[in-house]
Design a protein around this ligand. Structure first.
Ligand code: OSB
Ligand code: MG
Length: 371
């Protein structure tokens, strides 16, 4: 297929509820969408998961826009693509900027699947027709409010509850949740809020039978996590520290992690995500799909990826209505009894809802291949 046109939309949406992590609170969601079109008029969509400011990783919406416009589009526009796996190879000379790369690559995966009359899940080799869903719960003002929020999600049927923790809001919070919900799969995500000085504190979490603790230590660390894992029985799961298959291999060799959170954007796209999945499967390491508070476009990519067989733990892929009054896809992503039914329409399987999309679009850019 020939990449004939690329469109970028800068989006501004407001989440239904503020979301608080150890870094701060977010409610405005500014992000990019990329649409890629082929010579037959097929169209594929990708979403950048970079945030407005660089608290999760170094990328932002604006650095992504720069990378996409000035470096990535010139590598694909007007060229022939046989298979989307070629894209990450083509982007290899450009260092890092994984979320920017993933946006363009994701649009081309969707385009490829549609052109070949496959669902994105099928194009990736996924087999499941429904996926298990967990939910990530932000830091609350007080534990009573948190318990109430969690109770609501447990009653809705979410298969696993993840709560954000930070120093001063950790052991007692998890103790109370475990008391209230003795049988619910629970986990904690620190978003890098601790150091090895906190080992004694973190070890206290072992009592609560957590499925895992996610990224307790520095966002660029795989050494200290190995030291920590040796002293804790709760499995450590890496999120921020993993950018590639190579990072995964090294972290597993060091014993820094027992579970991997795969985020498509963080690892530079679906091709790399699938490589990490396959490697972990070979090594007997479970993986799950993380979330970045995506709109429906990014969410649809997450759903498709989760159909691969080693996604054996519920992901942070909650339904559209958890985040948005109105999502930008039709139908929206719906969770029923803790499951999302994988769509059967070609590509990402959900149509862009242009009325909604236009409402939330603040800038648009169009690039067409020279004839
Ligand atoms: O660490 O997994 C994370 C949200 C924003 C940035 C980082 C993270 C998160 C979440 C929420 O935990 C995941 C979601 O619901 O999309
Ligand atoms: Mg995380």
């Amino acid at each position: 297929m020939i990449i004939k046109e690329i469109n970028i939309r800068k989006m501004k949406m407001t989440m239904k509820h503020p979301f608080t992590t150890s870094f701060g609170t977010m409610q405005e969601k500014d992000f990019l969408l990329v649409e890629a079109k082929d010579e037959l008029g097929n169209s594929g969509w990708g979403e950048s998961v970079a945030f407005h400011s660089p608290w999760y990783n170094e990328e932002t919406l604006e650095t992504n826009l720069h990378m996409i416009q000035d470096f990535l589009i010139p590598l694909v526009l007007g060229t022939t693509v046989g298979h989307p796996d070629e894209i990450s190879e083509r982007f290899r000379p450009i260092r890092q900027n994984n979320m920017a790369k993933s946006t363009v690559e994701g649009a081309i995966w969707d385009l490829y699947a549609k052109r070949n009359q496959l669902t994105l899940a099928e194009a990736l080799g996924g087999k499941r027709d429904k996926i298990e869903v967990g939910i990530s719960v932000g830091i609350h003002e007080n534990v009573e409010d948190l318990v109430q929020t969690v109770r609501g999600f447990v009653e809705e049927g979410y298969k696993r509850i993840k709560v954000k923790i930070k120093p001063g809001y950790d052991v007692e919070v998890m103790r109370e949740l475990r008391n209230q919900f003795p049988d619910v799969p629970l986990m904690a995500d620190a978003n890098s809020a601790y150091t090895l000085e906190d080992v004694e504190l973190l070890k206290q979490l072992d009592e609560f039978n957590l499925t895992m603790i996610e990224q307790p230590l520095a966002s660029d660390d795989i050494i200290d996590h190995a030291t920590l894992q040796k002293q804790m029985t709760t499995p450590v799961c890496l999120d921020e520290s993993i950018h590639s298959l190579e990072d995964t291999r090294k972290a597993l060799e060091l014993g820094s992690t027992k579970i991997i959170n795969i985020k498509i954007g963080r690892v530079g796209g679906l091709t790399e995500a699938k490589k990490i999945h396959d490697y972990c499967m070979e090594k007997g390491i479970p993986v799950w799909c993380g979330g970045m508070l995506e709109s429906g476009i990014g969410r649809a990519h997450n759903v498709a990826l989760t159909t691969l067989p080693n996604f054996v733990l519920p992901g942070d892929t909650a339904g559209s209505s958890r985040y948005w009054e109105e999502d930008i896809i039709s139908p929206e992503v719906v969770v029923e009894d803790g499951y999302i039914t994988v769509p059967t329409a070609y590509g990402i399987g959900y149509e862009p809802n242009f009325d909604a999309m236009d409402k939330f679009t603040v800038e648009q850019y169009r690039y067409q291949a020279a004839k």
